[in-house]
Write a protein of this length. Sequence first.
Length: 619
Amino acid sequence: MNGARFLIPLLHRTTLASLLLCAALAQRADAADPQPYDVTIEPSVSSEIDSLLNSSSLLVTLRDSAPVPPFGLIARATGDVQRLSSVLNSFGYYRPALVITIEGRALDDGALPPLLDQIPQGTAVNVQVAIDEGPLYRLRRISLEGAIPPAAEQAFALSPGEPAIAVNVAAARDRLLTALQEDGYALATVSEPIAYADDQAAVIDIQLRVETGPQVEIGAVTFRGLGRVNESFARAAFPLSEGERYSPSRIETARRELLETGVFATVTIRAADQVSPDGRLTLTIEVQERPLRAVNLGGAYSTDLGISLSASWTHRNLFGNAEQLILSAAGTGLWGNATDDVGYQLSARFIKPAFLRRDQAGELSVSAVKQDLRAYKQQAETIGASLRREFSLRWTGSVGLTITRDDVSQKGISRIYQLFALPIAANYDSTGLTNPLLDATRGMRASLIVTPTQAFGAASLTFAILQASASGYFDLSGNGRTVLALRGIVGSALGASSFDLPPDQRLYAGGSGTVRGYRYQSIGPLFPDGDPIGGTAVDAATIELRQRVFGNFGIVAFADAGQASDEGVPFTGTLRAGVGTGVRYYTPIGVVRADVAIPLNRPPDGDTFGIYIGLGQAF
């Protein structure tokens, strides 16, 4: 029989008698003991449908968690007929036949309630779900009414002969509407699909009405909510201008870029409901500014580097154009077995966004560091300048110049160097996160840094440090609760041997950044007393499984491996490996991490384990 209906999962009608029966059964439910049961749903035409049938069935999902008395079991099974039919409808099977029996009897069999009453208490009954999917309906004719640009019509991408699956038709409608809006038809509408079924032929014809409206451009842009931020800066940071073709995706990208300036807590962009007489659509940008200043405190502990405490003060909008001034201080190396004394790190950074061009930031910095490590002792002061540019949502690059006075000693021999470095970096990030402390669950991060350096003072030397790293995150559960994280690091020093390089410029492995379970910088060439020399090549790899368990808690298991050598080529030297486990506590500001690692092939004087506590994942 032919008829018009919406293309949504069709529901089997429950007879009035069945409803009355269910109501009567429900009234008697509290008077009887729970009736245990076993349920079997016959396999359908695909494992995907089987999975959804089982997850939609209350007979299956509530069997253990919500026991019911005999009459309640009949009511639950009666409701499952409708639920399971809806699942089959959603896959294009619009005339399924479902039969649910209890102990071989139909649900409306008048002898079934007395039979269940006679079942001995605690004895499970058999519930069987038999399924006949019926014919798979397919699309026959697809009518798009209205004048549609060819490119948008191509995006619809739905063809006659395909299975008449409701979600696919809805997705095609959404693709068509999105394509129209991206092509400047801001006020376009696409009706909900109307379906006409031919049950004899098991086919469905669908019809959609399209109203494109005018193709518009962006009109005047108005800002609301600006206070301390200069409007001239906000307009310069907004990458769209009046007269450009309207595009929702470009507007969303522009909204994110405004947020990334760091001075706004929220940015909302609203388009006008009507097109102006000149064929343009005005935009209103509503912003909420962040507090001017922020103070951050941090701390970490590891058995090799000891206790580290840090604090920073940030002014987010120094002169009204989102300029940032960041002052930070940290004390390091207290009670660590890879350190001989405490040290410090001091820095001041001034960041100017939209420097010379909208997508570019300039930075000036000064810093001082003191380290008293087993590998070397260092006291250094650095001034630097850099430019950072965003090439796309995923790609950024930077180039800088740093000048360092480096007073470093190793094995009692002290040397002073003046280092002129030109760090050049390319970075890729598809995780979608802007805060590195947030937990990545999918995507990839990668960086390549080349640092040509000219040394004067204790030695006149030209060399370059090449470092590449990548980490990937795979959401195994689909909801972020089970994540496989992988990391790889390689590095090489070109143009000098190990002993030509200043000790702090050499490459080391060991510690939380490379191979956990081994003391910081302890993997690689060593002096006869076991102190690190440092090398000209390094590589490391990590595999880590992260599992959320309950509430805000999680556990991890990991394996690290790496090596360092003085041969200048990665993947040479003695390979060291470690394994471990840890716990995580997830907070709004990041993950609190605690790991314990054990070395698998430690040297005779190496540590038997390592403990690492800090904020943020290991990578």
